[in-house]
Design a protein around this ligand. Structure first.
Ligand SMILES: [Zn+2]
Length: 252
């Protein structure tokens, strides 16, 4: 008997997938997002930046979030971004960072997150400020290979197309920035991707908190829709979807 090809990497009759991701470990993620996700039976990925000497004490509440089945992902410890966000040339930026410094920060962040979530089999990465490079102009280099070396997947910036399981670069995945989005927009994006067999990754920061916030009613509308349509759209943390895609690709 010849081995039949599996139609899609998603479980059951699911057409597509959605990952809900949150960056920077903001208080409203613990206070608002985690309870809402629990209410609707959804698991998400939270990208934490375990910086400073008190990172273990500060991030202690996230241990329980990991135990509840959510993924804790690596967002580096230094969260280095482009100097475009700064008003001077002082300080560390992607432009004056080396690949060696970036790799050390990726490895340290991963080690610390592993301490918070020791039972987690695999871990994904989120590029700080969605940037995938170090250096500038002629010295600019991608650090995507470092993410591929240390993580099963990396969430980068926005591309028009949601990720296709056959063609997506797992170390440089596309995401939709959910801040200030309207509920029906989020639902529409999830549906458009799912009907095309694709994987949508949404990025959120605060729920009614901070400068990249989404209103709780809009976030809840997406959660409610995903729960209602869980037979068609698989919702899982980034590392779990990436693992299934990798296994599925190896069977093709
Ligand atoms: Zn961030």
């Amino acid at each position: 008997m010849t081995k039949s090809k599996v139609r899609s990497p998603y479980p059951g009759d699911c057409q597509g997938a959605v990952s809900l991701t949150f960056d920077d470990g903001l208080p409203s993620q613990l206070d608002r997002a985690v309870p809402l996700l629990e209410q609707y039976g959804l698991s998400a990925t939270f990208y934490l930046a375990p910086r400073g000497n008190d990172w273990e004490r500060r991030l202690a509440p996230w241990r329980e979030v990991a135990r509840a089945g959510h993924e804790l992902g690596n967002h580096t410890t230094k969260h280095i971004c482009s100097r475009a966000f700064a008003d001077s040339l002082d300080g560390k930026s992607l432009e004056n960072c080396t690949l060696e410094e970036m790799e050390a920060d990726i490895v340290l962040g991963k080690e610390r997150i592993q301490q918070l979530a020791p039972d987690q089999a695999e871990m994904s990465f989120a590029y700080p400020c969605y940037s995938t490079y170090i250096g500038e102009d002629a010295s600019r280099q991608s650090y995507v290979p470092l993410v591929a070396k240390h993580h099963i997947a990396g969430r980068a910036g926005f591309l028009e197309a949601a990720n296709h399981p056959l063609t997506a670069n797992l170390a440089c995945l596309s995401t939709w920035n959910g801040e200030r989005s309207w509920g029906p927009t989020l639902v529409g994006l999830a549906e458009r991707a799912a009907t095309r067999g694709r994987w949508s990754i949404f990025t959120f920061h605060g729920i009614d908190e901070g400068h990249l916030a989404i209103n709780d009613v809009d976030f809840e509308e997406l959660c409610r829709h995903l729960q209602l349509h869980s037979d068609r759209i698989w919702v899982a943390p980034v590392s779990q979807v990436a693992r299934r895609i990798l296994d599925w690709r190896s069977e093709q």
